[in-house]
Design a protein around this ligand. Structure first.
Ligand SMILES: *Cc1c(COP(=O)(O)O)cnc(C)c1O
Length: 434
């Protein structure tokens, strides 16, 4: 299997080359040249997600040196529970937050780390600009991994207290830099470094943000697995409603559907950043500056993975027919969290709450009858956002054990200005003393 660029002007590469490169040389995103068709009944799902994932990812790894290692990679990466449960007669929840940093980003970050470890030949420095959950998941996945240095760059005043702890508690081969600026200035530093030929001569740099194909492929496996599970239990196919920011998680769900898994519609729930729902309404893609909301991991005004969604047209996929999108205000996020325990016995994180609201809005519509069963995707544990959630539910939220352990560790980070030359000197120094 080869991977091609969405912009069509780069050579086709194997999956491990695509992972190492991150972005294609023409500036596009890597996508599989075709979607292998799977008959869900032929896949063994009795062995849990790791066995299942290795089977359905095998065609994407065909001809790649990693293909012999795929069982082991999935076994190590997906070593925590995936939970699908019914919370009312008409809706189920797919919980993706039982990994070490309590957000779904653990699936992709751990899979990418396993793959890069096997294909690595020289020491690599991984750069991540993060607005919260990505940095923690990447740090956790690469911590103490021989041959890797990880540099996390985050906005000093732009992350929650607990998110900051998760970014700065690691030590060893993980360095955290707090930038006096916003997320965009963090991203600028990382992009400048990645495109600095002088620095790239000294350091083998790569990036672990969500445009990396190595984070997307593992994400399609939980949708495939959950869809088979759902069909067995309910006798109908599930429609997934997904809290959406950069749209990686939603594109992964579409890919699982393209492979033939029993998935109905796919809903992209956004916060007040409504570029994606506007596109579905008007057919015009019009990126806009992001606005800050309660669901901060989804504050994106120009979702990079939409380029992958648009590219599916070349496979005959009718994006605006199969996918829908709705925007949810902070006011509704608050209301949904406040009502969650009474209505469903659940405490939602602000991101998950957007998907719950989109589900409830569907139910209220007159044409709602006859639509297949809904699965709301839960992307983070509410304890990560306790300053928002606890006042709304009126009590403390239990913290999962893995998160408790991280919160007890001391924080280590350097404050930096956002000046590129200063950042570059610091990167060169890390290499020198390691
Ligand atoms: C990253 C993130 C999202 C958005 O996911 P995308 O793949 O960028 O659309 C949603 N919820 C949480 C908790 C996240 O960390």
């Amino acid at each position: 299997m080869k991977f091609i660029s969405t912009r069509g002007a780069s050579p086709a590469v194997s999956v491990s080359q695509a992972m190492k490169a991150g972005l294609a040389p023409d500036g596009g995103l890597y996508v599989p040249e075709r979607f292998p068709k799977v008959r869900p009944e032929d896949v063994d799902h009795t062995g849990g997600l790791p066995r299942f994932a290795a089977q359905i990812l095998a065609p994407f790894f065909e001809g790649d040196p990693l293909s012999d290692r795929l069982d082991e990679i999935c076994e190590k990466a997906f070593s925590f529970p995936l939970v699908l449960k019914d919370v009312s007669e008409s809706v189920s929840v797919l919980e993706l937050f039982h990994g070490p940093t309590a957000a779904f980003k653990d699936f992709g970050a751990r899979f990418l780390a396993e793959c890069l470890s096997f294909s690595q030949k020289e020491k690599q420095t991984i750069l991540v600009a993060t607005s919260g959950d990505t940095g923690g998941a990447v740090a956790s996945a690469f911590h103490k991994r021989a041959g890797f240095e990880v540099v996390i760059v985050f906005p000093k005043n732009g992350v929650s207290e607990r998110q900051r702890k998760q970014l700065t508690c690691w030590g060893d081969n993980i360095r955290a830099f707090a930038v006096n600026g916003d997320f965009d200035s963090c991203q600028r530093l990382v992009k400048s470094a990645l495109s600095d030929p002088e620095l790239r001569k000294e350091l083998a740099l790569s990036s672990a943000n969500s445009i990396n194909i190595g984070r997307l492929l593992p994400q399609l496996t939980y949708y495939a697995f959950a869809s088979v599970w759902y069909l067995k239990k309910h006798g109908s196919s599930a429609s997934f409603i997904i809290p959406t920011g950069n749209a990686g998680n939603a594109v992964a769900a579409i890919w699982a559907k393209m492979m033939g898994f029993p998935i109905g519609k796919i809903g992209m729930a956004t916060n007040a950043n409504r570029v994606i729902p506007d596109y579905f309404q008007t057919g015009v893609w019009k990126p806009a500056p992001s606005v800050a909301t309660l669901a901060n991991a989804m504050d994106v005004g120009n979702a990079s993975n939409m380029e992958r969604a648009f590219h599916l047209g070349s496979h005959g996929f009718n994006l605006r027919g199969e996918v829908f999108s709705e925007s949810v205000s902070d006011e509704r996020i608050r209301a949904v969290i406040a009502e969650g325990e009474k209505k469903y016995g659940e405490i939602w994180c602000p991101h998950t709450a957007t998907a719950v609201e989109v589900f409830e809005h569907r139910l209220r519509r007159p044409d709602a009858s006859g639509s297949s069963g809904f699965v709301v995707v839960s992307t983070a544990h509410p304890a990560k956002f306790e300053t928002i959630v606890e006042p709304l539910v009126g009590h403390a939220v239990d913290v999962p054990a893995s998160l408790q352990r991280l919160l007890r560790l001391p924080s280590i980070f350097d404050e930096i200005s956002g000046d590129y030359e200063d950042f570059k000197k610091r990167l060169e120094r890390i290499d020198g003393c390691a």
